[in-house]
Ligand binder design. Sequence first.
Ligand code: SF4
Ligand code: SF4
Length: 187
Amino acid sequence: MDIHNRAGRSAEDRHLGMVEVTGSNPVRSIKFLFFISYSFRIFNMRALVDKVLEICEKINSMIGACSRCSRCCYYRIPILQEDKQKIANYLGISLDEIQKTLSNGYIEPPCPFLEKNECKIYPARPIVCRMYPFLLLNEGLFLVNINECQLAKEIYKKLGGEEKTNVVKVSLTQLEKLLANELKSQK
Ligand code: SF4
Ligand code: SF4
């Protein structure tokens, strides 16, 4: 299945690369995805990021299929200045102290905040962790690691995905529909 951009899209749609779920995707490695996500111009897209983040977080919690395997805590995670500030506040330490641990803009694996398979900064975890298994890049929004992540697998199923694939590009419209369906079914 090819990626089909739809005609008549808004500027925001175009920025997000609004596409139907696709079976084939040139991006194969989650490590690569995380790497390029660092170049993602987050501060120029604040409102959009917040919207996507909110929808992704709601879907993740409503689908509730996370097996708590912690696999997603063993990648190199890009971390933003606002993430660092949030973590410092949560842990009650100075930003300087956090800067020392996370000096190069990444959480290096294994994540230092993972203890006995639990995230010890869960309420203050970085944006990339909150959005996972979704990943927002300049190229669009992706559902990643479908073969390894129970939550991603379940979301993919609910999106009607059938082809064997590990990464698919998804649209915000699809996620809004999925969220609406989940809300309806839980009433
Ligand atoms: S989000 Fe996926 S990879 Fe991460 S802990 Fe849950 S099931 Fe495992
Ligand atoms: S911050 Fe928490 S959720 Fe993110 S990688 Fe570390 S332990 Fe996992």
